[in-house]
Design a binder for this molecule. Sequence first.
Ligand code: PMP
Length: 435
Amino acid sequence: RDARPVSEAILAKRRAQVGYNLSISYRKPLHIVKGEGTWLFDADGRRYLDMVNNVCHVGHCHPHVVAAAQRQIATLNTNTRYLHQNLVAYAERLTATLPDPLSVCFFTCTGSEANDLALRLARTHTGGREVLIVDAAYHGHTNALIEMSPYKYEGPGGFDKVGHIHKLPMPDGYRGPIKHDDPNCGPRYAAFAEAMLHDMRERGVQPAGVFTESLLGCGGQIVLPPGYLTELYRLVRAAGGVCVADEVQVGFGRVGERFWGFETQDVVPDIVTLGKPIGNGHPMAAVVTTPEIAASFNNGMEYFNTFGGNPVSCAIGMAVLDVIENEGLQRYAAEVGGYLKAGLESLKTRHGLIGEVRGKGLFLGVELVRDHETLEPADTEASQIIEAMKDRGVLLSTDGPLHNVLKIKPPLAFGYAEADLALTHLDEVLSSMIG
Ligand code: PMP
């Protein structure tokens, strides 16, 4: 018998037998065994406030979602080659949340599959191969998507940018070359696409389109400046490309003021990709596009996905939408998120380490700097804060290309009491760091 404590034995076995490059959070890893609402419980029964998991969108193990899954998995689970009510009912519900003409769904199991399929749709529809992306983006783990993800290919184990990928600067009005106070901040950042599209025309190659997140997650919780997507979409469409909104992290009511992140920029994409939150932890994702693009893609080659759109996934997807509607979670994200953001702003007035507080709804970021002039990133401090907050029972993560942004994206079950708790602990941790 293995005499080590269970968590140490799990760690040792994981290190020996599970792919080595799966990272584990925290210096001393957590052994989590249960989730409920916005709380996680470890093997010793200690509870942690989860401010990280944007996948368990409506709350860990939400009873309505669990019941829907249990009911359907005990009845039938097959692929999509038979008629089933759940598939069409879910497609109808999902597309009802999107503006016209986004009305045709393709179901997948992960965000990566959704973006990979979106790339195929864009290329088939336009005949182009070139793709524009934004710096620091992550769009997924397939070969094609790693090439479109500076977050990965520019990091350890990475490679030079491939020729058909064109990287726009992050429209970061805090740290980037064009600041928030420039009234044309958004359109000026979008204008970086002009030279790239011009160069494609000169070389006689065609853009397939542009992929952007509607708020930049791995980029460090960056809110796109007003007018950014309007101008970017105009330029890309004029060059014959299509516009893809990656809503895998930010969609589904999280940003509060609107259901979809792109709606906060007043644009309608040609293709939207969704993932993480739509199954509340069950692996499901989707691509939604226009009838025109779906018709181009219908070129004789079948699209088949063994698990995508199965009756269990669709039942779960509908249950998630039920909870969002019945519990008013979009409005709740706006209200609680606004309250939490105001609390963070108030911490900023007292703690010099906080350079900027940003985000919408329950998708927030706190950028930490050592100096407000040079914006020297406080990356080690960010990691120390994450560890100290964990010791106090609050789970946060860091992100951004400089690893100095506290990332806040809790399940939408997160309430005012949880916001107060997190703010109190963060205040104390920040005070102890200066003192
Ligand atoms: N797009 C974005 C914006 C993401 O954050 C992620 C996952 N972190 C993906 C795509 C890929 O999704 P998945 O891990 O489900 O393949």
